[in-house]
Ligand binder design. Structure first.
Ligand code: AGP
Length: 617
């Protein structure tokens, strides 16, 4: 996913654009660029760099970066290699129109051939350059203004886009448009300035008044004039202005070396925020507005289908176990990318739960769009307020863990699991499938989880020391059972995506059906061995590994001397109820992955090849 920033107003644009790109760099970062209409010459100045925003700032240093209007972009390559030629902004043939784009134009090849036949030439391999040339061709051939040219050109483009377009012949105006990729517009005082970005984080320090564009909408941001929004049919739309409250210091590292470590340590407070107003221990109840407002549909559901990707899919596997255990409603968990192309048997009576931190993951968005068309109810469990998935869902519950900047998801995972736990309990209470005593016991224990996470976090330094012994490993095996099986998958994903060490999560009992052949003294094996109903089985699985000289790191319930005397290293977590174990057992795995990656000297917050949110297929 790419990051977009635009500005038109009364201030110098360049500093605003660069600061905004830094805030968005987590979204994708293999190249960056900016275009400004010079206050000195009136011409379009474009600067691009391979790499990060700091590289772009170095390229622009000492050059003419004047001007009160500009656009900027950080790229995560989809079409064409990550290099300067393919970096955005892209210019039209005349050099007068520039564009930044997040998304994919599916029919760009056809459009490019049509434009070539009209004499257009191309400098890059990107779909984005085709779009800006199409806008220029439309403007020239029809003699329209910029906004109309953009609107007409987009009727010919098929795919996903969030774009900002600028024209040196119209130096007060930015035109923004979106379809499937996010776009937010910040409103300055008295229409004097406009801030445009992929999400609220680059805008919120200047204004909290924001308009989230909807799919098919296009905005004309002309400084000194009111915002104009039109839809696909060219009808005017009255923009809905939201007052966005975003805690800026959440966007800074707060003294931690990496966003990821800050977010791991933020989890106790984030889960308190997630439960606030929903988990009412004094009243021994859980109140979720989505359940209150839609209880009839939710309780009469034939089944739930959870669609998500990556870490969110792992959270879904835990949600399945909790909802089936407490509500006795069948739950399927599907990779969104598989669900959307499987011609799924889904329809009225089904509830499809979309779990997504960003709320912009293309596969998940497409999956719920398909399910919605087929008549299912869509329930969103999302972190980013106002994101596309949140707005497409019929209802849902935000996880409220604050912006997650680190590409490797940590606090969002525990936030998702917390919401799924509250959802399962609230539904079970409504259905009468949970005994009052058990309901109250879990509520009381859930309230204590943030404090228990803090106890696990105290072991960060000892886990760091442990991690340093594994930097040269090439493979890891993570094994768990029951609710700890998805935690094993999540631990493996954390390690591989930030340390680049191959790691595989597996149901512990399944190890005998093949993976045990991998076990030798070179293969570290991480066991989730907390006290719960399958504990004895896990211990025998560990014996099988020990018999083959496997080196075990075990996550155990504190005080477990038995396992401690069996294995190479144990990491203790406080005792808790089985259904809440994942909220504790995942913490050591997050820390282990983090410390191994740091010991390897890797860029933990921006791992190679990854982006924070995958808004392309
Ligand atoms: C998790 O650490 C990864 N960054 C990735 O698997 C992520 O969970 C996945 O892309 C889904 O993102 P979402 O939750 O924003 O939809």
């Amino acid at each position: 996913m790419c990051g977009i920033v635009g500005y038109t107003g009364c201030r110098d644009a360049f500093p605003i654009l660069m600061k905004g790109l830094h805030r968005l760099e987590y979204r994708g970062y293999d190249s960056a660029g900016t275009a400004l209409i010079s206050a000195q010459t009136g011409s379009m100045n474009v600067f691009k760099a391979r790499g990060k925003v700091a590289d772009l700032e170095a390229v622009a240093s000492g050059k003419d970066v004047s001007g009160q209007i500009g656009i900027a972009h950080t790229r995560w390559a989809t079409h064409g290699a990550p290099n300067v030629a393919n970096a955005h902004p892209h210019l039209s043939q005349s050099g007068k129109i520039s564009i930044v784009h997040n998304g994919i134009i599916e029919n760009y090849a056809v459009l490019r051939e049509q434009l070539k036949s009209k004499g257009f030439t191309f400098k890059s391999e990107t779909d984005t350059e085709v779009l800006v040339q199409l806008i220029e061709y439309t403007r020239q051939s029809l003699g329209t203004d910029l906004a109309d040219a953009v609107h007409i050109a987009l009727t010919k483009a098929i795919g996903a886009y969030a774009i900002v377009v600028m024209d040196s012949d119209d130096p007060d105006t930015l035109v923004a448009a979106r379809c499937s990729s996010p776009m937010v517009i910040g409103l300055g005082e008295n229409d004097s300035e406009y801030f445009i970005a992929s999400d609220a984080s680059p805008i919120v320090e200047y204004t909290r008044r924001m308009v989230y564009l909807n799919d098919g909408e296009m905005a004309v941001c002309k400084r000194g004039e009111p915002l104009k929004v039109i839809n696909r049919d060219n009808d005017s739309v009255s923009p809905k202005v939201k007052n966005v409250t975003l805690d800026l210091n959440m966007l800074d590292k707060g003294g931690f070396p990496h966003f990821m470590l800050k977010e791991i340590f933020d989890q106790p407070q984030c889960l308190r925020d997630c439960m606030r107003g929903r988990l009412l221990p004094d009243h021994k109840r859980i109140v979720l507005s989505a359940v209150t407002e839609h209880s009839a549909e939710l309780l009469s559901a034939k089944r739930f289908i959870i669609v998500s990707c990556g870490t969110s899919w792992h959270a879904g596997l835990i949600g399945k176990q909790l909802i089936e255990q407490f509500c006795r409603i069948p739950v399927e968990v599907a990779y969104a990318s598989e669900f959307r192309y499987s011609d799924p048997v889904v329809g009225p009576g089904d509830v499809v739960i979309a779990i997504s931190q960003s709320g912009e993951t293309a596969d998940t968005l497409a999956a719920i769009s398909l399910a919605k068309q087929k008549g299912a109810m869509i329930f969103g469990i999302v972190n980013v307020i106002g994101s596309s998935i949140a707005r497409m869902a019929d209802t849902g519950t935000y996880i409220h863990v604050g912006p997650e900047i680190g590409v490797a998801s940590t606090k969002a995972f525990t936030g998702q699991v917390t919401v799924l736990t509250m959802l399962a309990l609230a539904l079970a209470k409504e259905k009468g499938t949970i005994a009052e005593a058990q309901y109250e016991e879990i509520i009381a224990e859930l309230q204590s989880i943030p404090d228990k996470i803090e106890k696990v976090l105290e072991q960060s330094d000892s886990i760091k020391a442990l991690a340093e012994g594994y930097v040269f490993c090439h493979n890891f095996l993570y094994l768990g059972r029951g609710v700890n099986y998805p935690v094993a998958l999540e631990g493996a994903l954390k390690l591989k995506e930030i340390s680049y060490i191959h790691a595989e999560g597996y149901p512990a009992a399944e190890m005998k059906h093949g993976p045990i052949a991998l076990i030798d003294e070179q293969m570290p094996v991480v066991f989730l061995a907390t006290h719960h109903q399958l504990y004895e089985k896990i211990v025998s699985n560990m014996q099988e590994v020990i018999a083959r000289k496997g080196r075990i790191i075990a996550v155990v319930t504190e005080g477990d001397e038995h396992v401690k005397n069996m294995v190479y290293h144990t990491i203790e977590v406080p005792q808790t109820l089985n259904c809440l174990v994942p909220l504790l057992s995942v913490i050591p795995l997050q820390l282990l992955a983090y410390h191994v990656a740091v010991a390897k000297g890797l860029d933990v917050d921006m791992p190679r090849n990854l982006a924070k949110s995958v808004t392309v297929e």
